[in-house]
Ligand binder design. Sequence first.
Ligand code: IMP
Ligand code: MG
Length: 180
Amino acid sequence: MSMINDIERVLFSQQELQSKVTELGARITEDYAGKEPIFVGVLKGCFVFMADLMRAVNLPCQIDFMAVSSYGKGTTSSGEVQITKDLSYDIAGRDVIIVEDILDSGVTLNYLIGYLKHRNPRSVRIVTLFDKPSRRKAPVKADYYGYEVPDAFIVGYGLDYAEKYRNLPYIGILKPEIYE
Ligand code: IMP
Ligand code: MG
């Protein structure tokens, strides 16, 4: 069976995503004029978004990655965040932009922001492609976000369910029977 049979409907097409990411890149370019930010991607979900976002940013910049796990195989956060890959660079004095795929309960980013601030960056902001504000548990707000999404489990464009569907070029809502 093809992956496409697991998708209830397409929420954002490839073209819609591309123009939204271009828009976010332009805003960051404007806001960080004269600066040299470091983008810190939260693996693995960020990787498609971050690749496109970077190419929409016209600034000198660096990238780094962190990996955290809090989900296991489920569709809701376990609430416990573990760092499985740390930064490779010193971010002291730097303008950090955290790149996330989706801000859901906020537990992951709340933890990461605290962790990164301990390393004395000059500033920390968040860019996330998707925001599910209805599910927030921790007091986190994205500085830049692409779309607000409903409380449904979405996949594609880097976002997974049980490590699958990251390679879908669009965003789809997963059929609930896949994870129920
Ligand atoms: P939070 O700590 O609950 O905000 O978790 C955010 C992380 O959960 C995201 O970076 C995603 O990896 C994952 N996540 C949350 N909602 C979805 C979804 O609808 N589809 C895929 N992954 C999701
Ligand atoms: Mg993620």
